[in-house]
Write a protein that binds this ligand. Structure first.
Ligand SMILES: [Zn+2]
Ligand SMILES: [Zn+2]
Length: 365
């Protein structure tokens, strides 16, 4: 017998779920837990559509458990707080990113102790993961959410909720490596590979840190957008050998957001000695690692995955201070499947955001 999603928990919820690898999203009645002492409940107003959502609904990473309610760029308003919650009160703006939990004994976990819940071996993702109680987590393509207050961030009043939502995944994914690989210092020369959901906010954060920013892209057509609109200083067409040659050895670091298989050598060549190439995109197949050019320049290749909660708060506060938002196309939930189709073709500048509260909820009680 299949499980009853509507009665699994005491409180009713409504969302949009994919039921199989077709990835088609359709209305889904389910339930969420009652608010506990350390929980906040929130009414979801906006949720960004991350590329991971597309992979998940189609089981492209092979770990999807259906039905899936995706969404981990969530902004809403607090509707209820548990008795021990001090960080939020009813009515506050609140953000939820990729994580809703981590290990239960943070004192024995180096990652959690240091504020890197994102590297905790027991981190719990916002959707398609198992919560502590063994139930499945459901994400932000839904009407409301309940979460431990320590995994929610205060969402600044000055950041628009729709344009700010994507920062909760895309923003922290690029902010964190810029910070931890010391590329957040004025005067650094930072390359950004790929001008999509991640890349376009990476340009804005790197500029706000005072870096010189060069966008590296396969499409020459993005140059005007990168420089005039997003504020990059320079633009390199990765297929243009002359341009790439001229930029060799000039960059302190590169944030590589590309999630398709691509050669690393041209990027390594752009780095100064001791330069760092940081991968935040996740190609399905291993990339070829050219060792000689790494050794000869003392260069570093590293990876980075989202960020801890403390850093996510810091990122969104930094975004508020520097007026950083994502470029978004806001859509209603009835456009979700079309949005997914367009996202698969990279036909969006640069992030779809669902106006969740703008939906007519077809719930049948
Ligand atoms: Zn994401
Ligand atoms: Zn941990």
């Amino acid at each position: 017998m299949s499980k009853n999603f509507e009665t699994e928990h005491p409180k009713k919820a409504f969302g949009w779920a994919a039921r199989d690898t077709s990835g088609v999203l359709s209305p889904f009645n389910f339930s969420r837990r009652a608010t506990r002492d350390n929980d906040v409940a929130l009414k979801i107003l906006y949720c960004g559509i991350c590329h991971s959502d597309l992979h998940a609904i189609k089981n492209e990473w092979g770990n999807s458990v259906y039905p899936i309610v995706p969404g981990h760029e969530i902004v809403g308003l607090v509707t209820e707080v548990g008795s021990k919650v001090k960080k939020f009160k009813v009515g506050d703006r609140v953000g939820v990113g990729c994580l809703v939990g981590a290990c239960t004994n943070p004192n024995s976990c180096h990652s959690c102790k240091d504020g890197f819940e994102n590297y905790c071996p027991e981190m719990i993702l916002t959707y398609n993961a198992l919560y502590h109680d063994g139930t499945i987590t459901y994400g932000g393509y839904s009407d409301w959410l309940v979460i431990e207050d320590s995994f929610a961030v205060r969402f600044p009043d000055s950041v628009p909720m729709d344009k700010g939502a994507p920062l909760l995944c895309a923003g922290i994914t690029v902010y964190s490596p810029l910070k931890y690989f010391n590329l957040n210092e004025p005067g650094k020369h930072v390359g950004i590979v790929g001008l999509g959901g991640l890349g376009h906010v990476a340009v804005k954060f790197a500029k706000a840190f005072g870096a010189k920013v060069t966008v590296i892209s396969t499409s020459p057509s993005k140059e005007e957008e990168a420089i005039k609109h997003l504020g990059a200083d320079e633009f390199l067409v990765s297929k243009n050998a002359e341009q790439m040659q001229a930029a060799m050895g000039t960059m302190d670091g590169i944030i590589d957001t590309v999630s398709a298989v691509h050669p690393l050598l041209p990027l390594i060549s752009l780095l100064k000695s001791h330069g760092k190439l940081i991968l935040v995109g996740a190609p399905e197949k291993p990339l070829e690692l050219p060792v000689f050019p790494l050794i000869l320049g003392g260069k570093v290749i590293a990876g980075s995955c989202i960020g801890g909660i403390k850093d996510t708060q810091e990122m969104i506060d930094f975004a508020a201070e520097h007026n950083i938002t994502a470029e978004v196309e806001v859509v209603k939930p009835d456009y979700l499947n079309k949005a997914m189709e367009r996202l698969a073709k990279n036909d969006v500048r640069y992030r779809f955001v669902i106006d969740v509260a703008g939906a007519t909820i077809p719930r049948v009680d």
